[in-house]
Design a binder for this molecule. Structure first.
Ligand code: DGL
Length: 280
């Protein structure tokens, strides 16, 4: 008997979850991959905790009903660090979240100085403080929050140029901060930022290890689903503002997504297919 492929729903505010989806696809498991971007609400890093805690579980509960995934990946640090428990309570299937890679960063640093690059919301979260207390109490963690870098990643994936000023500002915010000259590991704690890894490395004043959570999430998903080895297949991508997402459709098509959907407004979050998806 051939088992149906397990289906994973990857979720982010925008294109950032593609860095996680790429890691899941590269991990070599037979998984069907759906994607949802709540880009009508982008950027999450400037939204209030209360707003995110209300919206994200409601949206994912509806999408899980409509698309019937076997697991949901909250591929967004900003949402995971505030709403993961609420999503788990709202969704019947296993939920995998992404949290700042503080633990592996602390294990890797030789200088004891770690850079933490995240959204303005994630850098100041109690969740992040707890991770640092728990795993990096002996390290010096230099934090920098950037919403401009989220925007830069969105622009890059839509075929434009990632704003060099945003990249420069983020790099300076880490390496030019007190203690920053010693940084040898940077934890990328927003899923948009690995999409700018090349730009960030090129702008940095010294070599460092740039860490993200993609591979760890991919391993976790495979374990949770007891996935079979094989090839992942992208299927359907939905957006809460399909018009604004159009520029990024080619980036999704390049990853194998063939069906595009518009997710209607709260509370129904009704997914309807887009007939003309504006890319060949
Ligand atoms: N990609 C998201 C994260 O990992 C957040 C981007 C945003 O601010 O919307 O934190």
């Amino acid at each position: 008997m051939v088992n149906a492929m397990k289906r994973v729903l990857v979720f982010d505010s925008g294109v950032g979850g593609l860095s996680v989806l790429d890691a899941v696809a590269a991990a070599g498991y037979a998984l069907e991959l759906d994607y949802v971007a709540d880009n009508a609400w982008l950027p999450y890093g400037l939204k209030s905790d209360a707003d995110l805690r209300a919206r994200v579980p409601a949206l994912l509960a509806r999408l899980a009903q409509q698309w019937a995934p076997d697991a949901v990946v909250v591929a967004c640090n900003t949402a995971s660090t505030i709403a993961l428990d609420a999503v788990r309570a709202a969704v019947a299937v296993p939920v995998v979240g992404v949290v700042p890679p503080i633990k592996p960063a602390a294990a890797l640093t030789r200088t004891g100085a770690i850079g933490l690059l995240a959204t303005p919301a994630t850098v100041r979260r109690a969740y992040t403080d707890d991770l640092i207390r728990q795993f990096a109490a002996d390290a010096r963690v230099v934090r920098f929050g950037s919403a401009a870098l989220v925007e830069a990643a969105e622009r890059k994936l839509a075929g434009g140029e990632a704003d060099p000023a945003a990249v420069r500002e983020a790099v300076e915010g880490l390496f030019a901060a007190p203690g920053g000259a010693e940084i040898d590991v940077v934890a990328l704690a927003c899923t948009h930022f690995p999409l700018l890894a090349e730009e960030l490395k090129a702008a940095a004043p010294r070599a460092a290890v740039w860490l993200d959570s993609g591979e760890a999430i991919a391993r976790r998903v495979a374990n949770v689903l007891i996935a079979e080895p094989g090839q992942a297949r992208a299927r359907r991508a939905g957006f809460t503002d399909a018009g604004a997402a159009r520029g990024a459709f080619p980036a999704f098509a390049a990853r194998g997504f063939a069906t595009f959907a518009e997710i209607g407004p709260a509370p129904a979050f009704e997914a309807s297919p887009i007939a003309d998806r504006g890319c060949a």
